[in-house]
Design a protein around this ligand. Structure first.
Ligand code: GDP
Length: 318
């Protein structure tokens, strides 16, 4: 079995490569839920949904999230009522959130509901939320000076930061609310001990992978598996830049530098192998001094073939 720690879009592309790599091996994906939110009473799990829509070949190829050929009638109704929704909710997408919310209210766990969704969407991998408990990523941010609130420092819910403010504010700190009391889902602990290989997908290490590692006991499990040589991480930074999203700015703000080496430092204790892009081959030596094996290959997943090759490389890497 191969276990993958995952955020949203970057991880989803990687997983598409993994399921098409003809490895004849079970894949279990452990997904960040620190980004989850409730809107209009609906429980939304953006990273879980991105993974499901991608693996079901339903994802909107232009955004990398949401459903392709989506309609937005519900949003039009809200706008007519004078509401101005900042979080994009397409009609098909809303149906999925309604199902999740209903099942949770009936007492099903997020793990159970996610399995039901993955089955209905014919997703060929086991999709696990990192926890059945609510962990919420909070971002202490400096608002832009053109905001109503001036350039005040405020703590934002993750999606407020990411979607409402379009990740423009400078990030001063990130914390995971309720992380001390939340437990990893039982299936997550099992997967991390049973997997012959654990892969940390090219995702945001602070906003997507950070909450998973911060769950009680997961750090210990990863440290142990890394010592055994079984954990491989893929850099989401290529040639000093994020492929998409605010990662470079966040690393700059929190770690004062933003190359692949910075990500390797964050994963130092939790991975045995770190894969950088061929464009960063000059970082192999400096990263190796962290005590990690560093390998380079093409990691920019411009099409399925590159994703398949990257997945095979990560599964074989020693
Ligand atoms: P989300 O996609 O915004 O939900 O967040 P993720 O946690 O999945 O992180 C996106 C990260 O994945 C960004 O930092 C990107 O730089 C990285 N990423 C996206 N696509 C690729 C890719 O093709 N190759 C690599 N190496 N990284 C990628």
């Amino acid at each position: 079995m191969i276990a993958v720690l995952a955020g949203g879009v970057g991880a989803a592309k990687f997983l598409q490569g993994l399921v098409n790599a003809e490895l004849q091996e079970e894949v279990v994906v452990i997904v960040n839920t620190g980004d989850d939110l409730v809107q209009y009473g609906l429980h939304i799990s953006p990273d879980l949904d991105t993974i499901v829509y991608t693996l079901a070949n339903l994802v909107n190829p232009e955004t990398g999230w949401g459903v392709r050929n989506e309609s937005f009638q519900a949003r039009s109704s809200l706008q007519r009522l004078g509401d101005n929704p900042w979080f994009t909710l397409g009609d098909r997408d809303i149906g999925l959130h309604m199902f999740r919310t209903q099942r949770l209210s009936e007492g099903a766990s997020l793990t159970q509901v996610t399995a039901e969704i993955a089955k209905a969407f014919n997703v060929g991998v086991t999709v696990l939320p990192m926890s059945d408990d609510a962990v919420r990523t909070k971002v202490l941010a400096q608002l832009p000076s053109n905001d109503d609130r001036g350039d005040q420092i405020v703590e934002l819910d993750f999606q407020e930061y990411f979607v409402r403010y379009q990740h423009q504010p400078r990030v001063l700190r990130v914390r995971y609310d309720h992380i001390e009391t939340a437990k990893p889902a039982i299936a997550v602990e099992h997967a991390l001990s049973a997997a012959r290989r654990i892969i940390i997908a090219p995702s945001n290490p602070i906003l997507s992978i950070g909450p998973i590692i911060a769950l009680r006991g997961i750090d210990e499990q990863l440290r142990r598996r890394a010592k055994e040589g079984d954990v491989v991480a893929i850099s989401p930074i290529i040639a000093g830049e994020a492929v998409k999203g605010p990662l470079a700015e966040i690393l700059d703000s929190l770690m004062t530098q933003h190359d692949a080496r910075t990500v390797a430092q964050l994963y130092q204790e939790f991975t045995s192998v770190f894969i950088v892009d061929a464009a960063d081959a000059h970082l192999i030596d400096p990263i190796s001094t962290l005590g990690i094996t560093c390998l380079a290959t093409q990691t920019l997943m411009t099409d399925l073939e590159v994703a398949v090759n990257l997945a095979r490389f990560a599964v074989m890497a020693q």
